[in-house]
Design a protein around this ligand. Structure first.
Ligand SMILES: [Fe+2]
Length: 138
């Protein structure tokens, strides 16, 4: 489920790279929901139940923190502002780095440490939360 989120964000990144800045608000919205879900469900579970994987969570949380700062700043800038595209680009670089670490390091560790059944449970919990968050007005 988290991987699917990563893929849909990456598709929007490609659009930005082709010069379509109109998808930036949608990217910010998707990243905010995604980060909230990870922070409320996934990271606490890994912290409580993980072994080695626990060590990756601190860094992931700091990356989320930077992502949120950029999202907030983008929300306050008109898209014509010359810093808008730069901020969007830095946001994309940061998220790509974060996604790569999660997919290459964190997810495999979590899969072996928490087990498939627990992951399916967490996936369910995250999907419910996502449905609630997306239904909410911004
Ligand atoms: Fe994340």
């Amino acid at each position: 489920m988290l991987r699917d989120d990563h893929k849909s964000v990456e598709r929007m990144f490609k659009a930005v790279e082709k010069g379509d800045l109109s998808v930036v608000p949608e990217i910010c919205e998707a990243l905010t929901v995604h980060a909230t879900i990870e922070e409320l469900v996934f990271y606490p579970a890994v912290r409580a139940e993980g072994g080695d994987a626990k060590e990756d969570i601190g860094e992931a949380v700091e990356e989320h923190h930077l992502v949120k700062i950029l999202i907030e700043e983008l929300g306050q800038l008109p898209s014509e502002d010359e810093a808008y595209k730069s901020k969007a680009t830095v946001l994309m670089e940061l998220v790509r780095h974060h996604v790569k670490e999660e997919e290459d390091e964190l997810f495999p560790k979590v899969r072996s440490e928490l087990g498939r059944n627990r992951l399916l449970e967490l996936g369910d919990e995250m999907m419910k939360l996502q449905a609630n968050l997306v239904g909410q007005p911004a």
